[in-house]
Write a protein that binds this ligand. Sequence first.
Ligand code: HEM
Length: 403
Amino acid sequence: MSDPEARSYPLGPPDRLELDAGYAWLREHEPLARIAMPYGEPAWLVTRYEDVRTVLGDSRFGRAAAATRDPPRMYPEPVPGGITDLDPPEHTRMRRLIGTAFTARRVELLRPRAEGIADELLDRMVCEGPPADLVEAYAVPLPAVIICELLGVPYEDRPTFQTWADAYMTTTAIPLEEKTARLGELGAYFAGLVARRRETPSDDLISALTQARDERDGLSEEELIGFLMTLLAAGYETTAGQIANFAYALVSDPAQLLLVRGGKADVAGAVEELLRHVPVMATGSTFIPRYATEDVELSGGTVRAGEPVFAAFYAANRDPRVYADPERLDLTRPPRPHLAFGHGAHFCAGAALARMELQVALHALLRRLPGLRAAVADEELVWKSGMVVRGPVALPVTWELSM
Ligand code: HEM
């Protein structure tokens, strides 16, 4: 089912942390835009804050229809998404399984551990002296150690599981056959960990989810493995990307860096504004379309029952109807809810964890590395491509040596 009127999507390749200017144009001129991805049927794209909230939060939109349609996608074949493919009540059942593990209260208990890891990583950086690659020395290991400890995945295995987890987050960087093979290996790796926890349970999420599956039969073995894979990959790639991106955004904008370093902007507020402004997804939306279950009126027109719609979170986060001077990064901006973690049933399961990690990461970085700045010219940076998440492959930084 092709549509000659549809614009090709994604709008363009990601350019550093810039949000493609096409989103702002569509938001003003074509708030319900026809788009076509490389494969699958054409879809709608919504870019206004209120429409994005409706598509993500209104029960007249769901995911289940994806199974019977030809989903718009980057690969020739659809790739199963696990929890993101489900609607309530199956979806609610799965979310309940990790229920208390990621609540704000439970996450707060992890803060001292996160601070300890951040300090250890920075000790090593300071000891070895500048310059350092902030991605490998800090942005990746901080959330990776935490999610590994939470799940019960040995962090020493990172050289093994990293390429498999990368495959989970790739859009075009790896051919489909190889992506499928690597995901199979990640699945086999988790099957081994699950088998070991069945023998010897421990105080971690793999044991808790395995026990929940075995005792309440809440989940098939395949769903259990898929869920663990999602938690590992989503649990650190996105946060790691944002730690590096936030550092890049601040060293590229010394006036804003000074605001937070000098205490004029508090770290928690700065993290919220950075979350609003810095698009961690390579595009303005995720690649998880919602399907209308009946005709729905949006600000740009009607979506018919059965049609897929993409919600552009990051275009919504810059909607001038909601935020004053929205294109500007302003760390002193009064708080206003943003959509960087989504909205509705699929609201990010790890939002509280990610927030805490980002606050700890930023706070420790600014405290421990005075005069933080880029160690190479902007043009020398290499950025990820063909991945769900954007960010520099490496971010060489330098700082003042303290006396
Ligand atoms: C800065 C870091 C993060 C950002 C910006 C982020 C963003 C998002 C967004 C936008 C969604 C919704 C996708 C959609 O509705 O199409 C989502 C879902 C999800 N996120 Fe995150 N995320 C982050 C960190 C994490 C972490 C640390 C974890 C795990 C511990 C995690 C686990 C998940 C899961 C499991 C889902 C699917 C939820 C569902 O379908 O019910 N995320 N995330």
